[in-house]
Design a protein around this ligand. Structure first.
Ligand code: NAD
Length: 698
């Protein structure tokens, strides 16, 4: 009856019709403009034939994954009226299912997400297979569902529950969706079509059930939600809360209009545009790195040298991902500590019911703590994670290299030492690169893969493949002091020092930067990283970029360190860390230092604090891109989101420059030209700003 690029409509026997979502190009079903055009044609056909029922299903693994996000940036550029007009067109199309003279059932195998779930919600009934999952994850993009999801789901499962589903954004498994009422039946995949036929035949025989369902679907959901969402800079969170608190009681048409109005408002928000742009960059990065990983070698057995905080974390992560891990150290005590740390981490998962005790034992059994190089002759990959000392590292690396097969890849988890300088001690520098994990290894999603001058493509590919196997997001960067993430972070800390020197209290700077969206302000971050680690890395940065990153006076971190304070791990830094979680008590030592500086008496405004902290970080990121330390703006910003905890709704440093506007950013930077070289505008940046160039066009 209809055979298009995205769907097919056929007679399915017994007076039933079958609409199968199926992309001719083999991709996943997404509700693009072209898809919706075909659905409009199909709807005309559905309205013009007589039938006893309609089954909507998918020939692909998933039912449908939602709107086509690649079309969002262009849509966002439309005015609010146009966006609302477009939404009401789709809503009118979806509403036609409920007006068909026969019943419709969606058969959901795999995922029905976002617009895909909204399409299923527009049909009269839903049958899921056991592998089905459904959800409205729009909030993760800073938008709300726009095709009736906020109207139909509350009417089906209750307002409070619907709001919780939408705020969490995560898909719900079949059993939970059935219990809530979002699915009418859950059956095994091979029974799903038969179950739909049986249901439609029953509905055809007794029209009252369909009438009742359609009335129920329209009825306003009375109870209003109590949920108080956390404000995290994502405008969709308070937006959804407000919307549901009044739209639940409206009639369908008015509720749909309210939903469209919210969607259009969110589409105009910077935060929403950033979240969508980050999502699209993330997709592009995944495609790029999957291609590299596919060309990489499977490493077989891996080894870690150094069983400390990082080495222990890497070995236990590898073992838990099915990679046998040799873990070598020079001290028996360190090995025991490494194993007990792994044990504690895994035990936490066991006690939360996320892992069985047997699985934990199997993972621990997959780590081989050892004082010698036994087994290294058959290892495919070694990560060196010994103390951050160039001489020790160079000696360990060359000693280790002699034990390895010629094809093995050797990587250093150094956070500051030049990969090229370490490569100088090796016989096979082409097989060497940096593999920079972040602390804590199990929780931090980023791995910087550092390409030295001699590093071969194969070495990079294998490292990328291993990082992905360990569940991390790899970003390949060039070799320079601090690589990408630390190079960008230290100008921010330098700015922090300069603000302190101007008499601004560190607790205030923390509060202002947390208000900007950072999970913690710079003083707390320094405490968490460790003041010793900070001071060490800072010295490397100052040596690497003396003009820009040098200090006029002794940095505060060094002053605290000189008094024996090491931050969180020592119990004391800018703050005292002996209290309960979340408690913030400045240490007397830090307070003494900041009151020693002249009190600024509010002369520095909150906006100025944000500018003075953010500008050096953003300019350094721009420099890294300009110098080719990182290949694309998307990779640079993703590294900052995952490596630094840069506020996601702000998109990253380069998104932030785009949001402010290059010309405005330039003007604000120039306003601080008296604050030192950190605020000097590089020529390339001035030219970009003068041309009005953006880093992202989505
Ligand atoms: P750590 O002090 O906890 O552990 C270092 C381990 O190396 C110790 O167990 C020590 O016994 C062992 N070791 C020293 N010399 C050795 C040798 N010759 N052979 C074998 N083992 C040896 O240090 P860490 O924090 O795990 O740091 C390790 C590396 O990771 C450093 O290069 C560091 O810069 C980097 N790094 C650390 C962090 C962090 O936050 N801790 C983050 C990223 C990267």
């Amino acid at each position: 009856m209809f055979d298009g690029k995205y769907m097919k409509l056929e007679e399915a026997g017994d007076g039933l019709l079958g609409l199968t979502l199926e992309r001719k190009d083999g991709g996943e079903n997404v509700l693009s403009e072209a898809f919706l055009d075909e659905l409009t044609q199909v709807m005309q056909e559905l309205e013009s034939v007589s039938a006893q029922g309609l089954i909507v299903s998918s020939a692909a693994k998933h039912f449908a994954l939602g709107a086509d996000v690649t079309e969002f940036p262009a849509m966002f550029r439309l005015g609010a009226d146009e966006i609302e007009g477009w939404l009401s067109g789709v809503n009118a199309l979806f509403a036609r299912f409920a007006a068909l003279p026969y019943a419709s059932v969606s058969v959901i195998g795999g995922m029905a997400l976002g617009g895909g779930f909204e399409l299923a919600l527009a049909t009269d009934f839903r049958i899921g297979s056991e592998a089905a999952s459904v959800g409205l994850p729009e909030v993760t993009l800073g938008i709300c569902p726009g095709w009736g999801g906020t109207v139909r789901l509350p009417r089906l499962i209750g307002t409070e529950q619907a709001l919780n589903w939408m705020l969490a954004g995560a898909p719900k498994k079949a059993a939970q969706a059935l219990e809530a009422g979002a699915l009418d039946q859950v059956v095994s995949a091979d029974q799903a079509m038969a179950a739909a036929r049986t249901l439609l035949q029953k509905l055809h025989a007794d029209a009252t059930q369909l009438q009742q369902r359609r009335e129920d679907n329209r009825r306003a959901a009375a109870e209003l939600p109590q949920t108080a969402p956390a404000a995290d800079g994502n405008p969709a969170v308070p937006g959804l809360q407000n919307l549901l608190s009044h739209s639940a009681a409206l009639d369908m048409a008015a509720a749909l209009r309210a939903e469209s109005a919210l969607f259009a408002r969110l589409a105009g928000c910077d935060a929403t545009q950033n979240l969508v742009s980050v999502f699209l960059s993330g997709q592009a990065i995944k495609r790029k790195y999957r291609k590299l990983a596919a060309k990489g070698e499977d490493v077989g057995v891996a080894a870690v040298i150094g069983a400390g905080v990082m080495g222990g974390g890497i070995a236990s992560l590898a073992a838990s991902r099915g990679v046998r891990a040799l873990m070598k150290d020079i001290s028996d005590e360190a090995l025991q500590l490494g194993m007990s740390t792994a044990d504690q981490l895994l035990e936490r998962r066991v006690s939360r019911g996320r892992m069985s005790a047997e699985k934990k034992q199997a993972i621990l059994g997959n780590i081989s703590p050892q004082l010698d190089y036994a087994g290294f002759a058959s290892a495919g990959y070694v990560v060196e994670a010994v103390v951050e000392n160039p001489k020790v590292k160079a000696a360990v690396l060359s000693e280790c290299e002699a034990q390895l097969p010629e094809t093995a890849v050797l990587a250093s988890n150094t956070s500051t030492i030049s990969i090229d300088s370490l490569a100088a001690s090796l016989a096979r520098p082409e097989n060497f690169c940096g593999m920079h994990f972040f602390n804590p290894v199990h929780a931090m999603p980023l791995v910087e893969v550092i390409r030295g001058q001699a590093t071969s493509r194969e070495t990079i590919n294998t490292t990328v493949a291993l990082a992905m196997k360990l569940g991390k997001t790899p970003i390949v960067v060039g070799d320079c002091p601090g690589f990408l993430v630390n190079r960008v972070l230290f100008p921010y800390f330098n700015a922090f020092n300069r603000l302190l020197a101007d008499g601004v209290a560190f607790e205030r700077i923390d509060r202002v930067m947390e208000g900007f969206g950072w999970p913690m302000g710079p003083a707390m971050l320094a405490d968490v990283i460790g003041l010793d680690v900070m001071a060490h890395a800072d010295a490397v940065m100052v040596e690497g970029f003396p003009a820009r990153m040098g200090h006029d006076a002794t940095p505060v971190v060094d002053q605290l360190l000189a008094q024996g304070l090491r931050g969180q791990k020592g119990g004391r830094g800018f703050y005292c860390h002996d209290g309960g979680r979340g408690e913030r008590r400045p240490s007397a030592e830090a307070l003494a230092l900041s009151t020693a500086a002249a009190d600024d008496k509010g002369a520095v405004s909150d906006d100025e604090i944000v500018d003075r902290m953010m500008i050096p970080l953003c300019l350094e990121t721009a420099r890294c891109l300009d110098e080719g330390i990182v290949d694309t703006a998307g990779e640079a910003d993703t590294a900052l989101l995952y490596g630094l905890g840069f506020p996601r709704f702000r998109g990253g440093a380069l998104h932030y420059i785009d949001s402010v506007g290059a010309a405005q950013f330039l003007a604000r930077t120039q306003a601080f030209s008296g604050c030192g070289a950190l605020y000097e505008v590089p020529d390339f940046f001035r030219r970009r700003a003068e041309q009005g160039l953006r880093y992202f066009d989505h």
